[in-house]
Design a binder for this molecule. Structure first.
Ligand code: NAP
Length: 229
């Protein structure tokens, strides 16, 4: 059955691979990212069954309008809300990260996730079903040097998701999803040329898209890792 999927960060990396994979499997996407040229390109390629808007997840008013427009486009609450958009800090020890960079990472990686939840979950509650997938990381469960701000936000995602799962009524689910390690712009920022030895987003999506599609209310509160990772 065709699912309605609201996806943040849909233009590059894992988000773009998920958009392609879900579309190929007959699902309807409402997606956002910041870059308006890339949003226009995906919008034109996918056609009017799908809905795309240039939105920064850290801006609550814009996310509210985007979520309302997406729900309107679907005609009901999404079946799946995928909080994929995130930033990583430039490699550096914590004391060399400016307050501005730290705030930007927290605003996108934590506040951005809370914004979509605030503006989508009430419609899921009304519908009586829906799965929220919050993208975590190996760095949401363990740490490395030079990425403390990013680790802090992904540990927060694990806690936020576990707490949210306890708030949700029966029929809904919140899941923290670690995608593994995949060669995207984000990985290139922290691994440099070493990123190229990891799988491409497209290869990753072959297993991850069916896996995400199969999550259900029985997965509420789970903290999981992508298949094959
Ligand atoms: N790649 C990995 O190995 C890996 C490992 C563990 C976890 N993850 C997680 O997986 C998710 C996807 O990562 P990725 O590697 O695909 O990252 P990526 O290549 O950097 O792509 C990020 C996507 O999110 C969008 N985005 C960034 N900031 C945004 C904002 N403020 N508002 C809306 N959209 C925004 C970007 O488009 P714009 O810049 O145009 O907005 C882009 O489409 C993230 O949550 C990341 O933490 C990735």
């Amino acid at each position: 059955m065709s699912k309605k999927i609201l996806l943040t960060g849909c233009t590059r990396g894992l988000g773009r691979a998920m958009a392609d994979g879900f579309r190929e499997r007959g699902h309807i996407i409402a997606g956002c990212s910041r870059n308006s040229d890339q949003i226009s390109a995906i919008s034109e390629e996918f056609g009017s069954d799908h809905f795309f808007q240039s939105v920064d997840v850290s801006k609550e008013d814009d996310i509210r309008s985007f979520c309302e427009a997406a729900i309107d486009h679907f005609g009901e609450a999404p079946d799946l809300l995928i909080n994929n958009a995130a930033l990583i800090n430039r490699n550096a020890p914590l004391w060399e990260i400016s307050a501005e960079e730290m705030a930007a990472i927290v605003d996108v990686n934590i506040e951005g996730v809370a914004h979509t939840i605030r503006h989508v979950v009430p419609s899921m509650i009304e519908k009586g079903s829906g799965v929220i997938v919050n993208f975590s990381s190996y760095w949401g469960r363990s740490t490395s040097s030079d990425v403390a701000p990013y680790c802090a936000t992904k540990f927060a995602i694990e806690g936020l998701t576990s707490g949210l799962a306890q708030d949700l009524p029966a029929g809904l689910a919140a899941v923290a999803f670690n995608p593994g390690v995949i060669n995207t712009d984000m990985l290139q920022s922290c691994f440099g040329p070493g990123a190229s030895s990891y799988s491409s987003p497209r290869q990753w999506a072959e297993k991850s898209v069916p896996y995400l599609e199969g999550l259900s209310a029985s997965d509420n509160g789970a903290s999981v890792t992508a298949p094959g990772q």
